[in-house]
Ligand binder design. Structure first.
Ligand SMILES: N[C@@H](CCC(=O)N[C@@H](CS)C(=O)NCC(=O)O)C(=O)O
Length: 280
């Protein structure tokens, strides 16, 4: 390790001397609302409060897949939660997600309304509600749940670990970048070995685990995350690339991955979705 400055932790950590890395201004060591504000409610059965990050896109891609199959009950309003502005700390948002992170879903077609937070839980809720993209047979279901939970448990090493230190930290530190690059490459190899003998993560059928893993690892091998494709030598994961390219071509994937994205070229921005025609 080449860093010369050694940090000597104080006896008790205090909320001060924040490092200035990206997202420093929204990080807090306490939970709960910072301000009173109700969430808007649209006209559809499902109300999504989100942002087009990998965790948000998992849900909008699944919703578009359900709509593509003709499930009218999957019609949704997708409201923008600008996490850079602290929207996730409004009283209305905290009511449906006490963890203050996107995505959060409110199903207003149930009485009482059903709130769901954590992208994996939202995917399972929707898959069960509509009987799609989650096998019913116990062994096949277990395999699907295994890959879904794998994604939920693994991605914090990719995003919070590798992505943070490689792309967002105020300086490049060798120790954490090495540690997380090692782990992310191991994870990519896990996927590559699995996909060397399977069309999709669980076999022949596309399911919610593919949608979840694509949002994170698919985007890494397609060169859409952290500008790290060369650093991670993603071309060596050829089975993951084959799988990711195929999913990328699905019409529902193309639609869902545009939702709640207030950035990028103006003609492709879909900050909010309240109608199918909002997605060009
Ligand atoms: N495990 C959660 C993670 C959600 C998450 O980390 N969301 C980020 C954006 S991708 C967020 O809302 N960050 C805002 C904050 O940390 O204040 C999930 O999968 O839903």
């Amino acid at each position: 390790m080449s860093d010369s400055k050694e940090y000597i932790p104080p006896k008790v950590w205090k909320w001060e001397n924040q490092s200035g890395g990206k997202f420093t201004n929204i990080n807090r060591p306490v939970a709960g609302a910072t301000h009173e504000k109700e969430l808007p409610i649209g006209k559809h059965p499902l109300q999504l409060y989100s942002l087009g990050t990998p965790n948000g896109v998992k849900v909008t891609v699944l919703l578009e897949e359900l709509l593509a199959l003709g499930h009218e009950g999957a019609e949704y309003d997708a409201f923008l939660i600008n996490i850079g502005e602290g929207d996730q700390f409004s009283s209305g948002f905290v009511e449906i997600n006490p963890n203050s992170k996107i995505p959060a879903l409110l199903d207003v077609s149930t009485d009482p309304h059903t709130r769901v937070f954590e992208s994996g839980a939202i995917m399972v809720y929707l898959a069960e509600k509509f009987g799609e993209f989650l096998p019913e047979e116990p062994s096949a279901r277990a395999e699907c749940m295994s890959w879904l939970f794998w994604q939920m448990a693994s991605a914090p090493y990719l995003g919070g670990g590798f992505g943070h230190f490689y792309a967002y930290a105020p300086e490049k530190y060798e120790y954490p970048i090495n540690r997380y690059a090692m782990e992310v490459k191991r994870q990519l190899d896990v996927l590559d070995k699995n996909l060397s003998s399977r069309k999709y993560l669980c076999g022949d059928e596309y399911n919610i685990s593919d949608i979840a893993v694509q949002a994170w690892y698919g985007n890494v091998v397609l060169g859409n995350a952290y500008e790290a494709a060369e650093f991670l030598d993603v071309t060596s994961y050829k089975h993951v690339i084959r799988w990711a390219k195929e999913i990328q071509e699905r019409p529902a994937y193309k639609r869902g991955s545009k939702v709640n994205r207030p950035w990028g070229p103006k003609e492709t921005r879909v900050a909010e979705r309240h109608d199918a025609s909002d997605i060009k």
